[in-house]
Write a protein that binds this ligand. Structure first.
Ligand SMILES: Cc1ncc(COP(=O)(O)O)c(C=O)c1O
Length: 406
């Protein structure tokens, strides 16, 4: 992989027409190490967030030895780069053949579920393979209430009384049991973990069975941009969220329980930026070479404000407008689909034009893993960059929170 000091150096040297991912391994190591140091339990990186071999290898080198996986593809990706790593199969709804593969071929011994029929599926395979249920830990996934860019409890999680029944059922069969939750990705309410811990406390007390572990999931927010025309959202940083979480864990009586977290976004978001090129400027519209079917779907569906830095093409000698004036531009993606228009504008210098580049920062989470081949476009070019995105100077623009009229 070619190495550059900054993304701007990469853009001006390569003059790329295709999107280029700028990987920052040192940033990834720093963010993973900080998380592991701050969380009072095991850290299982959520592979779905970004399962690129370069990411998994770097994390394994940084000391991450547990991975949260959700599919055979993810089992294989982890095994390929970290053969000794432990895998936690935390998808609550699994295909029977995948459960078998996990237990038989990959030696996975930790799974999650939120329904009795899932217990029946797992038990069938456990009996068929003649395994001792006492060697397997089943985490019962609890529904939570909160506010996040993605509310996962709309889809998964048992209500507290149902979770009590599931814990007792699995315990009676002979499985080890634990509790898990996911408060939603990119939380917007710092109290959300406390409410979930309170609920886990209630369930544990009612169930009256020994709890082998508590998995607090992901949700820890990554730092993104904010609309330059509005007040910065008042969200505490990871340090504050963690110190509050540690206090809440003690308050709800989980200090002596084996704890696990499954962070994704907060570990990998800052490790990548993306250089995109303006293929055409049409008035206040910019047509770029990436979009919602490639690296930008998370910012589109999650309404996430990404920081963006303008990299003007020095070969363009004439420009209109004032470089100091930041204006909103509607951003159209590379495909022929009219849905492929970002729902939020990018705020950029008025002078931005055809042929310029934009470096979109903090794009490591749910970007590469959500790329499609729609219309034949598939960004897959990587360079390594040494300088963290924020050290490259203040971003000129943001993919703003404000919806823009035509
Ligand atoms: C089961 C599970 N664990 C962990 C994660 C990672 O969450 P985050 O990226 O918010 O940290 C997700 C994300 O959807 C998930 O579904």
């Amino acid at each position: 992989m070619q190495k550059f000091e900054t993304a701007k150096d990469a853009a001006l040297t390569l003059r790329p027409d295709v999107p280029v991912y700028c990987f920052r391994p040192d940033v990834l190591i720093e963010d993973a190490t900080n998380f592991m140091a701050a969380f009072p339990g095991d850290t299982a990186y959520a592979v779905k967030t970004n399962g690129e071999p370069m990411v998994l290898e770097t994390l394994a080198k940084a000391g991450v030895s547990i991975f949260d996986v959700a599919s055979p593809g993810e089992f294989a990706s982890v095994r390929a780069v970290a053969p000794k790593a432990e895998m936690l199969y935390m998808h609550p709804v699994k295909a029977q053949s995948d459960i078998r593969l996990a237990l038989e071929t990959y030696g996975i011994r930790v799974m999650s579920l939120d329904h009795e029929d899932e217990v029946a599926k797992i038990l069938r395979i456990v009996r068929a393979l003649d395994l001792d249920p006492g060697t397997i830990t089943l985490f019962i996934r609890l529904q939570t209430k909160g506010s996040a860019a993605y509310e996962l409890s709309k889809k998964f999680g048992a209500a507290p009384a149902h979770a009590v029944e599931l814990l007792q059922r699995c315990h009676r069969i002979g499985f080890k049991v634990g509790l898990c939750f996911h408060v939603g990705s990119q939380i917007e309410d710092p109290e959300t973990y406390e409410r979930a811990l309170g609920s886990a406390h209630w369930v544990r007390a009612r169930a009256g069975v020994p709890i082998a572990g508590l998995d607090v999931g992901g949700g820890f927010p990554a730092e993104y941009g904010h609309d330059p025309k509005s007040k910065k959202p008042d969200m505490p940083g990871l340090g504050q969220i963690m110190s509050r979480l540690r206090g809440d864990i003690a308050e709800w009586g989980f200090s002596d329980t084996h704890l696990v977290a499954e962070p994704g976004r907060v570990v990998v978001a800052r490790a990548f930026s993306l250089i995109v090129r303006v293929l055409l400027r049409k008035g206040r519209r910019l047509y770029i070479n990436d979009g919602i079917w490639a690296s930008l779907s998370d910012s589109w569906t999650g309404k996430i404000t990404l920081p963006a830095r303008f990299i003007p093409d020095p070969a363009r000698t004439r420009r209109n407008g004032n470089a100091a004036t930041i204006a909103p531009f509607r951003v159209c993606g590379a495909t022929c689909d009219s849905v492929d228009i970002l729902s939020r504008p990018f705020w950029l210098p008025e002078t931005v034009d055809t042929g310029d580049w934009i470096e979109i920062g903090h794009i490591g989470a749910y970007s590469l893993s959500l790329r499609t081949r729609f219309n034949g476009f598939y960004p897959d070019t990587f360079v390594e960059v040494a300088t963290p995105f924020e050290a490259g100077g203040k971003p000129e623009g943001y993919a703003s929170l404000e919806t823009m009229g035509e």
